[in-house]
Design a protein around this ligand. Structure first.
Ligand SMILES: Cc1ncc(C[n+]2csc(CCOP(=O)(O)OP(=O)(O)O)c2C)c(N)n1
Length: 375
């Protein structure tokens, strides 16, 4: 049976990895799910923090490793150089390299293709793992990096997983976590709508408005519901929806609506403080909280465990906030009175609608959106 995920786990176990810090990529969703059986795994909110956590583990004499997407390396590079490399700490990086093989998302290409050059420039050695035959050779590289206290990146090509016969059940995020001592600070609000149903309920309100939409399935769902030139669909750059919305809102009189996600907001929560500071009168952030990374396989996020996004927004200084679960509450909150910077925390069921890809290239999306703003 062809099962490169299991082969890789065996090699990782063989070299005694103590900690695995992960942030999902669709292509390694099975690999990450499988690691839970064998490793102490810490899911991250942002790839960069993983570099710090792994540095701490290495200081404590442990063997840390990370599984991230190539785009995530962009979030890590400063910490990799000025912390891990500078202090000669060991770190194994398993990087799902996108943009190089049968890539369906054009925005993955720039970072994925630049990755080897970036690693070269940073002095980080790497091996390309694109066939099962290359897996056994990783063991020696892993041993060497921990012995010599170096960083080594393993670039895992999507070609490696092709034809894998591994099958794993993926269950909805909310069912995966047991209640813990990290229970939220107030009673949980149970969702009644999916992301798609939330966007559908807001159709009339979003119609004709400037909308900045989170990457992945949210953008595809928005396009399926309200395809309009005033939608700026993000195709990459996870975590940038709210910052883009803030930037636009500062220089237009139009109302700007951001459709963000819990995973993306948790990657860059400081942007809420910047919104609170700038306090534009025309910005609404709709945080669709499905407690999961819906676009990469419904892996649970920390809103499933300990984070209440409305309290986060309030804590960062946003005055007008609401937490909604039903269609009525959602529509009421979306009335947006008074004018100001609003944060709507919409609790949602996990799950994605079966919607087609957005048939627009990045430059078309940009041009249409700019034309709308300037009209
Ligand atoms: C820096 C970076 N890390 C990881 C990814 C892979 N990725 C794409 S979408 C996504 C999930 C986004 O989750 P969320 O914002 O909660 O939105 P949802 O899909 O659940 O609506 C992830 C992890 C990425 N594109 N960029």
């Amino acid at each position: 049976m062809y099962c490169p995920e299991e082969d890789l786990i065996r090699i990782m176990k063989g070299c005694g990895i103590d900690l695995l810090c992960t942030l999902p990529c669709d292509r390694v969703r099975n690999l990450i799910a499988l690691t839970d059986r064998s490793f102490f795994r810490l899911p991250l909110t942002r790839e960069e923090e993983g570099v710090g956590i792994c540095a701490g583990a290495a200081l404590a004499g442990k063997r840390p490793a990370m599984i991230v997407q190539s785009s995530g390396v962009g979030n890590m590079i400063n910490a990799l150089l000025s912390l891990t490399q500078f202090y000669a700490l060991p770190l194994a990086l398993f990087i799902s390299q996108r943009g190089i093989y049968k890539e369906g998302i054009a925005a993955q290409v720039p970072m994925g293709q630049a990755l080897p050059k970036l690693l070269n420039a940073a002095g980080i050695p790497y091996s390309v793992i694109d066939t099962q035959e290359k897996l056994p050779g990783m063991a020696a590289d892993l041993e060497a990096l921990y012995r010599e206290e170096k960083i080594h990146a393993f670039l895992l090509s999507p070609a490696l997983w092709e034809g894998s016969e591994l099958t794993l059940e993926s269950s909805p995020a909310r069912c995966q976590c047991e209640p813990t001592e990290l229970a939220p600070r107030r009673e949980a609000l149970w969702p009644s709508l999916t992301r798609y149903q939330i966007l559908e309920a807001l159709r009339a309100i979003l119609d004709g408005q400037a909308v900045i939409c989170n990457l992945g399935i949210p953008a595809k769902e928005l396009h399926a519901i309200v395809p309009q030139p005033s939608n700026f669909y993000m195709l990459g750059s996870m975590g940038m929806a709210t910052p883009i919305g803030l930037g636009v809102s500062l220089f237009t009189d139009q109302r700007v609506f951001v459709v963000d996600g819990d995973g993306s907001l948790l990657m860059n929560p400081g942007s809420l403080a910047t919104c609170a500071q700038a306090r534009p009168a025309n910005l609404t952030i709709l945080a669709i909280d499905n407690a999961s990374y819906g676009s990469t396989g419904n892996q649970p996020t920390l809103t499933n465990v300990c984070v209440d996004l409305e309290l986060v927004a309030q804590g960062f200084g946003i005055r007008h906030t609401a937490r909604v679960a039903s269609k009525e509450e959602l529509l009421d909150a979306a009335q947006l009175r008074p004018a100001g910077t609003h944060f709507i925390h919409a609790v949602a069921y996990p799950g994605n609608a079966a919607v087609p890809n957005i048939p627009l290239a990045a430059l078309e999306i940009k041009r249409k959106f700019q034309d709308f703003l300037c009209a």
